[in-house]
Write a protein of this length. Structure first.
Length: 345
């Protein structure tokens, strides 16, 4: 028998998080526990309002998914097929939570970290970037200084202040910088910005144009001096082939694609099409970030810092040493509740 408990939790950001589509000080995520054969698997849903999800829709979806997992024809121990059979389409954040909980259970059942079940060496993962949100020059400068231990920075753009933001960053550090426009540019904006971003030593640009402007992005890629990565344009593996001529790489996020199983499929399809791969996250706790980190040895770039942007992380998982994520060696995902727990500071 498999049983479910779930709880919402408001994650408080250390700084107001601003990007091209808006700003926020908190995010409400849903945390799940699946109990099966005396073991408990943990999962996290970080719902995305833009795609019609919130914590209430995620809660309803995980309840529906566990009801499907309890059917006699479904074996939760066969975690990959079980997650697929239980999926509630349109609720990828909920799918991700159940998927990672099933994989956490599998590792605990076998007494091994999940990355060992995949045959991966966690020492081979890339360093993670640290995100600098849009803000005033004074706050941007302070954020860059706070991120001194990170070898790579990811700077949010998509406004008329883009040049000033990057000049502020470059006034503090010469570290590698990646830019995420979050669909905030027009084609003309992108043409103008990509040239000086290249001159300023930027490595790559995520989602320069709106997701529905694939043809324009394809044209932009042919003249861009920098690699372009899809984020909002890509959700699942079936979408990857059509993006291969418009982008140089894709950004995979568990909560966007529906979990670790689908992320692995996306990695395989992206490699088959010669695309680079970035592994990203939303504003999430150490639970979801650690789950994603188990896949990090398979990718080219890592942007797993969502847990570092919050002040009340309810879990302890992957640590950061010299800008690199260090996975726990405990079975499953290796994540535990923190001393602060839920509902406290």
């Amino acid at each position: 028998m498999i049983t479910l408990s779930h709880q919402r939790h408001e994650l408080r950001l250390r700084h107001t998080f601003r990007l091209a589509r808006g700003a926020s000080d908190t995010r409400t995520n849903l945390f799940v526990e699946l109990e099966h054969e005396g073991l408990v698997g943990l999962g996290e849903a970080a719902p995305i309002e833009r795609y019609g999800q919130d914590w209430t829709s995620a809660a309803k979806a995980v309840e529906e998914m566990v009801a499907r997992l309890a059917e006699p024809t479904v074996d939760p121990r066969a975690f990959d097929s079980a997650a697929e059979l239980a999926a509630v389409r349109g609720q990828p954040a909920a799918e991700a939570a159940i998927d990672m909980a099933l994989r956490d259970l599998a590792g605990k059942r076998l007494g091994a970290p999940y990355y060992e079940l995949l045959g991966l060496d966690p020492r081979s993962m890339p360093v993670t970037s640290f995100t600098i949100g849009m803000d005033t020059p004074e706050v941007v400068e302070a954020k860059v200084r706070e991120a001194a231990e990170f070898a790579v920075l990811k700077v949010k753009m998509g406004s008329d202040e883009d040049r000033g933001v990057l000049e502020t960053v470059r006034g503090v550090t010469d570290r590698p910088v990646r830019v995420d426009a979050n669909e905030g540019w027009t084609f003309e904006d992108a043409l103008e910005r990509l040239e000086w971003l290249h001159e300023m030593g930027v490595e790559l640009v995520e989602q320069p144009l709106p997701a529905d402007q694939l043809e324009a992005t394809r044209e932009l890629r042919h003249i861009s001096p920098l690699p372009l990565f899809a984020d909002e344009s890509v959700h699942r593996s079936a979408e990857v082939p059509r993006l291969a001529e418009a982008f140089d790489g894709i950004n995979i996020k568990l909560t966007k694609c529906g979990g670790m199983g689908e992320a692995l499929r996306m990695i395989s399809v992206a490699r088959a099409h010669g695309l680079q791969i970035m592994l990203g996250c939303m504003i999430e706790s150490s639970l979801a970030v650690t789950a994603a980190a188990h896949l990090a040895p398979l990718v080219d770039h890592v942007d797993l810092d969502g847990n570092l942007l919050i002040s009340n992380d309810p879990f302890v998982g992957a640590a950061v040493e010299e800008g690199r994520l260090v996975l726990p060696r405990d079975p499953g995902l290796g994540v535990h509740r923190s001393e602060t727990g839920f509902g406290r500071a």
